[in-house]
Design a protein around this ligand. Structure first.
Ligand code: SAM
Length: 424
């Protein structure tokens, strides 16, 4: 393996950003590319490598947290946050002989044969998809599985993520005392992993945060949190509501007639004239910052376009869309078992053991959905005017972290993507 370096726009922290049970790196998992690939494909999860406990705390190299971002982050963290400038995320492997001396290394370069070996695993996935009679059920009621997930985990899924302040200083900036009126929309908020840390340290009395999820159970978990709607130490306000990022006025109309509706969204204008839906309380063109963290991966690729169209509509011109999600060949993908690929026609989309969907992105796919025309029914020129495009992409980065099982002398790779796109 060659010396680590960033080969793309720097993504700041390298973290285990999401603690879905399927995503906890496993020391005994199959996805250890230093070992034979096929033999391990069905290995059970075992103990975590000791490194994983630090993942949630991981931050960027200290040098990247300097300047104004550092100052804003310092302020945001007082009085409750971990110290800024911790060394997590800053461990760079400069001596290959030292690889087994620590549990994790940041910003690594993948081994030359990584892709080839990963493709061997993916070929196994392709030849062993989900059985056809189950496939439609998974796609028909995806929220059902997330409801079950949150029923089982409640706020056990909640993590006060220290790394958010460093990855997304734009969120922190909205919470500054003198930031003025700001609207933040968190999509797929889950148990509130983004909104509560933001609210807890908020000093902006004019900050309004909308936490939305299409799982009603997740929204109930947020509402049951003692910090809802106001954090003990902060000001500002938090609204939680059910919203399906992929919904159209017509899917809303049909779902609202059933008690098990896919979304609780209300459209903001006459359904026959609009092509988008927005969460309750949000008007088109009003949101300053949208965060979508490990949510697009839960969608079917055919839903991406509508999702981005809805987000684009919510943002004000100059507003920022921030995405973090799984990258192609991430450890979580490579250790997926047989009979989990949802459809051979849709590579990289899987069903986890608990029935929730997960997709693993190439950077180009995220980029593509941000530059494509926003609506199936509208030409780009009708919508974008002089700009001719939706977003200016300010960051499109890949974040790679190597986890090491020192006992078994195995190396595993986490790969996350991060995008910041500004509405034109
Ligand atoms: C992997 S969890 C991430 C939760 C949270 N963003 C975090 O990082 O902790 C994915 C979340 O997206 C939500 N979700 C999935 N599909 C969605 C959709 N179509 N609209 C809104 N939320 C969705 C799920 O209910 C779940 O809470």
């Amino acid at each position: 393996m060659s010396a680590p370096k960033l080969t793309s726009a720097p993504v700041q922290a390298a973290v285990n950003a999401h603690s879905h049970p399927e995503d906890v790196p496993s020391a005994s998992s199959s996805v250890v590319l230093a070992s034979p690939v096929s033999a391990d494909i069905n290995a059970e999860r075992g103990a975590q490598p000791s490194s994983s406990s630090s993942d949630e705390l991981a931050g960027p190299p200290q040098a990247e947290a300097q300047g104004s971002t550092q100052r804003v982050a310092d302020k945001w963290l007082k009085p409750n946050g971990p110290p800024v400038g911790a060394t997590f995320g800053a461990r760079l492997l400069t001596d290959e002989g030292a690889v087994f001396e620590h549990n994790a290394w940041d910003h690594v370069t993948l081994p030359d044969d990584f892709k080839e070996r990963a493709e061997e695993i993916m070929e196994l996935h392709r030849s062993n998809p989900v059985s056809e009679n189950l496939r439609d059920g998974y796609n028909a009621k995806p929220a059902h599985y997330w409801n079950k997930f949150y029923s089982a985990h409640q706020d056990g899924f909640f993590k006060d993520r220290g790394w958010l302040r460093l990855e997304f200083p734009e969120l922190v900036a909205c919470s500054e005392a003198d930031a003025g009126p700001k609207i933040v929309l968190e999509v797929g908020c889950g148990a509130g992993n983004t909104v509560f840390p933001l609210l807890m340290r908020n000093e902006n009395p004019d900050l309004v945060i909308h936490a939305t999820d299409y799982s009603k159970t997740a929204v109930d978990v947020v509402k049951a949190n003692k910090m809802y709607p106001r954090a003990e130490h902060g000001s500002g306000i938090l609204h939680a509501s059910v919203w399906d990022i992929t919904s159209t006025p017509s899917t809303l109309a049909s779902s609202s007639s059933t008690s098990t509706s896919k979304s609780g969204t209300s459209a903001t204008a006459e359904p026959e004239e609009v092509t988008y839906t927005l969460p309750e309380g949000i008007k088109p063109g009003t949101v300053d910052v949208i965060s979508v963290i490990f949510v697009l991966s839960a969608l079917h690729p055919r839903e991406w376009k509508q999702a981005i169209h809805n987000l684009y509509t919510a943002l004000k011109p100059g507003g920022l869309l921030m995405i973090r999600d799984y990258g192609r060949h991430d450890l979580a993908q490579l250790r997926i078992k047989k009979n989990r690929l949802l459809d051979p026609e849709t590579p990289n989309l899987y069903i986890r053991g608990d029935g929730t969907r997960v997709y693993f992105f190439e950077k180009e796919e995220l980029e593509g959905m941000l530059v494509a025309p926003p609506s199936p029914t509208l030409a780009a020129s009708e919508v974008f005017g002089e700009h001719g495009k939706m977003f200016e992409i300010e960051q499109l980065g890949e974040d790679r972290r190597m986890l090491v099982n020192r006992k078994e002398r195995k190396q595993m790779y986490r790969i996350w993507l991060q995008v910041k796109a500004r509405k034109l």
